[in-house]
Structures are given as C-alpha cells and as structure tokens.
Unconditional design. Structure first.
Length: 263
C-alpha cells in the first residue's frame, strides 16, 4: 500500500467506480448508509427492481444492487466490484483477451451513461471496465466515506503485473514487505491508486480485488461495523509510518477494508 493521494476525480486507466452485488439490497443499504453516512437514491431498472446510488454529500460515491439470475446464482457470494475507466471499452476487451484475461460480460451499453464489460485477469480476479458517456464514475474519492485504495490479492502477483501493465499501461513500484515478497504499487501519470501482493498465507480465497474505503477513524469505524452485524477479518492494524487499516465482512458477506493514511 502506497502513500495516500489528495482528493481527485477518476482518470483514465484508474479505478473510477465501485458497485456492490448483494443478496439483500435493503439490509445492505441500511448497513452502509449507517456506516459511511451515505445517502441512498433509488433508480428503477425494470421488473420492480432498483439500482441504489450511494451518495456522500450529494456526490456519487458507489452503488449497490440485488443479485439476480442469469448473471448471479444463489451460490454467488456478495462482492464489491471495481470499475476501471477506459477510453474505449471494445478495444480494451480485445486487449484483455490478447493478454490472456477472460471476458465475462459485454461490452454493452448502460443506457446513455456509459459502455462497460466485466472481465477476469490472468489470476482470476474480477474487475469491470467503464467507458464514460454521461456518467464519469465517482464524484468523490480519497475522502472519508469514499474509495481510498484498491488492492489485488493475487495467487501470482508477477503474472498479474504483466497483465495490468500490458492492458492498462500502469506504472509499477516494488517495496519489500516484512513477511517476504514485494508489495506492488500501481500508478498512472505517477499518481498511485492501487497495489498488489500475494494472497495472505492461510487465506482460502481466489485472487481478488479488495476495496479500501477511506475513513477518519479506523478503530471507530471497525467498532461501528461490528455493532451493525459485520464480521472482523483483520482488526485495526498499523502499517508503520504509512496507514492504519482493518478488513471487514458486511452482514451479507461482502468483504471490504477501511483505511486512514498517515498524511
């Protein structure tokens, strides 16, 4: 995990949007609005369903929706999905395939807001790409209650590095970790926005992107989350001279992290 960034809007090639697929939309909405102070605004998407836009101070921060077939099955775990901003979704999908990734959905248009696709990298971690039209993505980042960092926990970090640098042109910095191996910090235009490391020992999980939400107080947010029914996977922990973080599972099972960087 690298140094914190100052608040900025998404730029091409970086993560621009977060979306929660949940098995209990009302319960998830209640949990996250209480935890992060988000305002929930419902948008009808047909068949009596809604897409919940989550806003912080009137600015779009993330969204959530009820999982349903055929895209999800009852066995699909709730999850946060990160979207990467691209100039051309169709061209990026071709690059993903050429680099050995898998395209799971799309490309397809989302009304007049943008064009998207869902893919997996060469280690199996899922992500989406977003070609903005009328919706550029999150209107707030790196402020408490918004996206603060993305981290790829990968079965093969070197394989993942080769994929993302080829497809998105990300810069990479390597920092040795006390437990061994390197932490990879990804950047676009010398601005760090995400990282990657080997899957933690003993973690029974496939490769995945872990969403970090910025918070003002990691301990207080962790305590509030558990009081609201969340599961603590990593209690508040310091990364010396860099940050304090915790990893949490929401009451429906979606895993995320909270972080406060030492500025």
């Amino acid at each position: 995990m690298s140094e914190a960034r100052t608040p900025t809007l998404p730029r091409t090639g970086t993560f621009c949007w977060l979306e929660l697929a949940t098995q209990d939309q009302p319960a998830a909405r209640t949990f996250y609005t209480a935890l992060f102070g988000w305002e929930a605004v419902e948008y009808p998407i047909g068949e009596g369903r809604t897409y919940t836009m989550l806003r912080l101070g009137g600015r779009d921060a993330a969204a959530l929706y009820q999982m349903s077939p055929p895209n999800e099955t009852p066995d699909t775990p709730p999850n946060w999905l990160g979207y990467i901003a691209v100039e051309n979704a169709d061209a990026t999908v071709k690059q993903i395939a050429d680099a050995g990734g898998s395209v799971l959905m799309g490309p397809f248009d989302v009304e007049q807001m943008g064009r998207m696709a869902v893919a997996q990298d060469t280690t199996g971690a899922a992500f989406a790409v977003w070609q903005p039209l009328t919706h550029g993505g999150a209107a707030v980042m790196n402020e408490p209650g918004s996206l603060g960092w993305m981290q790829l926990n990968a079965s093969d970090p070197a394989k993942a590095e080769a994929f993302y640098t080829r497809v998105f042109g990300w810069g990479v910095r390597r920092d040795p970790m006390p437990q061994g191996g390197d932490y990879l910090t990804f950047s676009v235009g010398q601005v760090p926005f995400a990282g990657a490391m080997a899957l933690p020992p003993g973690l029974d999980a496939p490769s995945h992107w872990l969403t970090y939400f910025a918070v003002a107080d990691v301990d207080a947010t962790h305590a509030q989350a558990t009081s609201l029914g969340a599961t603590s996977y990593v209690p508040p922990t310091d990364i010396p001279s860099l940050a304090r973080f915790a990893v949490i599972g929401d009451p429906q099972g979606a895993v995320f992290a909270v972080v406060k960087f030492n500025l």
